[in-house]
Write a protein that binds this ligand. Sequence first.
Ligand code: GLU
Length: 450
Amino acid sequence: MTYTHKTITELRHSSPAQAEFYQAVEEVLDSLGPVLESNVIYQRQAIIQRIVEPERQLMFRVPWLDDNGNIQVNKGYRVEFNSALGPYKGGLRFHPSVNASIIKFLGFEQIFKNALTGLPIGGGKGGANFDPKGRSDNEIMRFCQSFMSELYRHIGPTTDVPAGDIGVGAREIGYLFGQYKRLTGRYEGVLTGKSLLWGGSLVRKEATGYGAVYFADYMLNARDDSLKDKRCLVSGAGNVAIYAMEKLYQIGATPISCSDSAGTIYHSQGIDLALVKQIKEQQRGSLIEYLEVHPGAEYTPVADYPTDGHAVWRYAADAAFPCATQNELTKADAESLMAKGCQLVSEGANMPSTQDAVDVFIDAQIAYGPGKAANAGGVATSQLEMAQNASMQKWTFSQVDQQLQQIMKSVFVTASETADEFGQHGNLILGANIAGFRRVADAMIEQGVV
Ligand code: GLU
């Protein structure tokens, strides 16, 4: 605890005004007490001081012309956080909320998540404070081209391999890749999440959502239970939420909610997934349109959310899958979920639960899968895409899906055995943090002070 305190105090000085980053660091360090005490080498090697400082941080201007011929300027980021285990790996987020704190928290989480997969990938993250909402296809293209015009000189298939995150999907990856190829003349696996037509991997699109559901099922199996027939709250309506809902249906569970930045849909008989896909993937529209087809569903606009949380977590359900964004599930939300009988939380998003919400889950001893374990399927499948690109192969859907399931199983087993080793049975946040940390820290020690 004193360790955490000291580190956060130092970070507040050296990296001011980065609340989300401190939150992510605090969550990891709070788990590490027993490891740091029993392994003086980590202290002697200044692993904590080194691991909280990115190896490199890039910030750059992204100027572009909108459709009216006006000049727009955004701020671009790439934080190359840790390369002890492999090339920097992590997505790009395009969202108006993006700032250095958000990118650093995501990059920090990514280090441990990637380590936990057991695959040879380091941690990084990037993005821009660009709001894709309401922008034309041409504007998106010009923005991506401008963004890549700076980023290309810092990335490469063996150095740093970006992918998607919020606001960055196959369309954006396509424009980014096109510009990278134009500037470098190289056709190589420098980005993941590519189209299936030209180097993408089957299952990558589905992987984060599917993975969060596989992980949830493994957690329940260990408690002699399963997701079958469970009623599940899901937040978000992007890539992660949509494919979590798809997998829930496939294994006999029922997703009963989803949400976007404007509001929440609750549909007791089960979400009409084909309709959500049509609204979100094809029309890029708003979830309120769901009511045009299903007037019986409930819609809560953001203005009517409880002041201390999110409408979606106030319904009764057996399980919850936060698949939208950071800090979308508060302590009051967690208490409401527990009071209404929720037995499982599996995080498809990165750090969706506030620290005090996590405490509620740990105290209640429910099956709680923290994001860096439960949503590791996305980045793991990105690494499978890299492997296919490097070996010039293309694997089938079931080959990739089987590997994804194996990786999620191994993430679960590693986190849960590590929790047991430290006498905290079932505490997967502690297990995930310690297991991820040990792998990175040991690699750092072997590679010397670099
Ligand atoms: N953005 C995703 C994550 O948070 C995926 C990153 C990747 O595929 O590199 O893990």
